[in-house]
Write a protein that binds this ligand. Structure first.
Ligand SMILES: [Zn+2]
Length: 160
């Protein structure tokens, strides 16, 4: 992990660069691109996993294990948010995510484990979009934030 990364004090997003200039977007305002957005910490949490090293073709086993645990923590965070909403569709999406995540446990060396992790993250994304939809907001678009991350490649489909 690069020593220059830092976490946004507001939403916890992992941002590159130093505190003064990190996260600034070309032509935009400096700082964290998630701040001020609804469910900023869930979006940032999703994207840190979405653009994480475990999705690279050449990911190391430790990176895959770390990604697996991060997905688990992300699902916990979504669960805490859903606990204060009445969104049955989002709860269904979260439950689908939890099921995929359990089946993907790298310790079990489950066949298709990476794809199951990807499925879990996609369901998590749907749950976040359900929360946004309730507020009348457009879906979360990870690619809008890609420049905050060291995007190498995304081997799986974006959405389905
Ligand atoms: Zn932030």
């Amino acid at each position: 992990m690069a020593g220059t990364d830092y976490h946004c004090p507001h939403c916890g997003a992992e941002l590159r660069g130093d505190m003064r200039t990190g996260g600034s977007r070309p032509g935009g305002t400096p700082g964290c691109p998630y701040d001020g957005l609804a469910f900023a910490s869930l979006r940032a949490g999703h994207d840190a996993i979405y653009f994480g090293p475990w999705r690279r073709i050449d990911a190391l086993p430790t990176e895959i294990t770390r990604g697996y645990h991060r997905i688990g923590r992300h699902l916990d965070a979504i669960g805490r948010e859903l606990a204060i909403h009445d969104l049955p569709a989002a709860v269904r999406d979260l439950n689908d995510a939890i099921r995929a995540h359990r089946a993907a446990d790298p310790r079990e060396e489950a066949p298709g484990g990476l794809l199951l992790m990807d499925n879990a993250l996609s369901y998590a994304h749907r749950a976040i979009d359900d929360l946004l939809h309730e507020k009348g907001l457009p879906p979360h678009q990870p690619m809008d934030f890609a420049e905050c991350y060291d995007v190498v490649e995304v081997p799986f489909r974006d959405e389905w």
